[in-house]
Design a protein around this ligand. Structure first.
Ligand code: ZN
Length: 203
């Protein structure tokens, strides 16, 4: 399986990092070894002093597809969850400045904790999903899928021009504003609506 992540998909987040608002989806990938499942802890790596959380809606792909038309894209995902796109911001800034790829800052082991998934059939309106994250019990990030620059359907149509989507792939759809650093001892809890979906301790 593969994990596809969208960058700069919320205008306020693009602005908080002084990035231009993209005209086409910005995307990158994480390997399977970046996943953290079942609320297991994240161990702070030695190569960074500035790991940031990004709280994102994550869609689960349920059908193989290539060159998927936007109008059929909704048949290619069956459930939605929430995940953290942990980012070594110090490395990312360095690589961005040099025009180098982002993988060391984004694709490291444990950089993608993910929740269990809610069937789409149980979601009232997938283009109006509230999600949020509490850090050490305090509301730290909140977003709504309606504020995405590129909807999940648009993302699938765009990405599937380049890569075949396969069953089990995950799409991280970008973070709203409010990103910030994590520290050893922190506890991050992510919600869809008022349902606690994901809890990650930083060790
Ligand atoms: Zn992200």
């Amino acid at each position: 399986m593969k994990i596809i992540c969208i960058g700069r998909n919320y205008i306020l987040h693009a602005k908080e990092l002084n990035n231009p608002v993209p005209k086409i989806p910005v995307w990158f990938m994480k390997p399977e070894t970046s996943l953290i499942l079942k609320n297991r802890p994240f161990f702070y790596p030695e190569f960074s002093q500035d790991i940031h959380f990004e709280t994102e809606l994550v869609y689960h792909i349920c059908k193989v597809g290539k060159y998927i038309e936007e109008k059929y894209a909704h048949t290619y995902y069956d459930s939605v969850g929430v995940g953290f796109d942990f980012t070594a911001r110090d490395l990312q800034s360095e690589y961005k400045a040099k025009g180098l790829p982002w993988e060391p800052a984004k694709a490291f082991d444990g950089s993608a904790p993910v929740s269990s998934f809610i069937p789409i059939s149980e979601i009232e309106d997938i283009h109006n999903i509230n999600f949020s994250m509490n850090k050490n019990g305090l509301l730290t990030q909140k977003g709504n899928s309606k504020d995405m620059l590129f909807s999940i359907d648009r993302i699938i149509a765009y990405i599937s021009q380049f890569v075949t989507l396969k069953i089990g792939d995950l799409i991280y759809t970008g973070t709203p504003a409010g990103v910030g650093p994590i520290e050893i001892g922190d506890k991050l809890e992510a919600y869809i609506g008022d349902k606690l979906m994901l809890s990650t301790r930083i060790k």
